[in-house]
Design a protein around this ligand. Sequence first.
Ligand SMILES: CC(C)(COP(=O)(O)OP(=O)(O)OC[C@H]1O[C@@H](n2cnc3c(N)ncnc32)[C@H](O)[C@@H]1OP(=O)(O)O)[C@@H](O)C(=O)NCCC(=O)NCCS
Length: 138
Amino acid sequence: MEIQQIKPEETYELRHRVLWPDKPFDYVKLAEDAEGWHYGAFRDGELLAVISLFERDGVARFRKFATRPDCQRQGLGTWLLEHVIREAGRLGAHLLWCDARLSAAGFYQRFGMKPDGAVFYKGEIPYSKYVLKLPPTP
Ligand SMILES: CC(C)(COP(=O)(O)OP(=O)(O)OC[C@H]1O[C@@H](n2cnc3c(N)ncnc32)[C@H](O)[C@@H]1OP(=O)(O)O)[C@@H](O)C(=O)NCCC(=O)NCCS
């Protein structure tokens, strides 16, 4: 397995298939994709999981985190999120956050992320903001 930085357009298929299969394909494209950092987890050359990172003024946010359904629960997401936490620190961020689907909240809590604010909905899916304070970079 390896993690590689990838182009935004390489994330779209997994974003769509895993996160928003009922929406039009273009729904998963973000206006800010060009300014982000995108990472993929590969096994035998196949892209199995993606995550996108955005940083501004010391605050980093990850979005569109998705592992191919038949490859979930194999550690790929853990590996990618650990990478993104390190990358956010490298970019100088002191805070990392995401809009977490509540179905994934237990997963984020395992990384020390904490809920911040009320539950809200995108369509029928409940979310909460989850934040992680990052240690100062040396
Ligand atoms: C959330 C998501 C990205 C995590 O990716 P993943 O590759 O499944 O992550 P991991 O395999 O590292 O961990 C997921 C779970 O599998 C467990 N796991 C990891 N390796 C495992 C293994 N070898 N055997 C059994 N379980 C394992 C983890 O402990 C974790 O448990 P949890 O569900 O109780 O938290 C993925 O589940 C996903 O795409 N979900 C649907 C889309 C989604 O909700 N995205 C996040 C939106 S905020």
